[in-house]
Design a protein around this ligand. Structure first.
Ligand SMILES: CC(C)(COP(=O)(O)OP(=O)(O)OC[C@H]1O[C@@H](n2cnc3c(N)ncnc32)[C@H](O)[C@@H]1OP(=O)(O)O)[C@@H](O)C(=O)NCCC(=O)NCCS
Length: 164
């Protein structure tokens, strides 16, 4: 089930993101990079403030939090994490589809994201293209990721062509 974030989801989301970074993204980043990305004691207050703005969707299975996606604006996906136990079961795809419908309803003409090495195959599969690889710095450590974009106008055109 996909629904919008509620404040009582906060601690489950922070736990989920921590596990996703440490268990999934650690395949593609060094331990120094993972520690810089996800400190041992995350700032829960900062997460609370972040999640109070934008629009966040959460995925649940049998009452358990399994994924999260936040739209910072109607165009920009700034968070997408899936619980490692539920990886490769279509959770991110369901979150993406819901967010894309929401973005189209909000008038967005494209989606953008800064995508980790780990998430790149997922965004490739969803039809995003790389605008540019980039290096970002977190707590003095450099991490590689990709600026990616999906043209929603071309996509809706392709959908109406195929349904014609
Ligand atoms: C990236 C991430 C969100 C994908 O979530 P997921 O729920 O496992 O993805 P889905 O099951 O919806 O995948 C849909 C399709 O994307 C592609 N895909 C997803 N993960 C993939 C992987 N690791 N390798 C290759 N293709 C992948 C596949 O085509 C997949 O379809 P299939 O399983 O039928 O082959 C998840 O791996 C994650 O949380 N990673 C760590 C955190 C991270 O880096 N987040 C992104 C920050 S930008």
């Amino acid at each position: 089930m996909i629904r919008e974030y509620a404040p009582q989801d906060l601690s489950a989301i922070v736990d989920l993101i921590g596990r996703s970074v440490r268990e999934l993204a650690s395949r593609d980043y060094t331990s120094a990079q993972i520690s810089a990305w996800w400190p041992e004691r995350p700032d829960v207050g900062a997460w609370e403030r972040r999640l109070a703005t934008g629009t966040t969707f959460v995925a649940e299975r049998e009452g358990r939090m399994v994924g999260v996606l936040r739209m910072e604006t109607s165009e920009h996906i700034d968070l997408l994490f899936v619980h490692p136990t539920f990886a490769r079961q279509g959770v991110a795809r369901a979150l993406h589809d819901r967010a894309m419908r929401w973005a189209i309803d909000a008038g967005a003409s494209r989606l953008t994201a800064h995508v980790s090495i780990t998430a790149r195959p997922f965004f490739d599969r969803m039809g995003f293209r790389v605008v540019a690889p980039q290096t970002v710095e977190r707590h003095g450590v450099q991490l590689r990721n990709f600026r990616m974009t999906l043209d929603l106008m071309a996509r809706s055109g392709a959908e109406s062509d195929s349904s014609a």
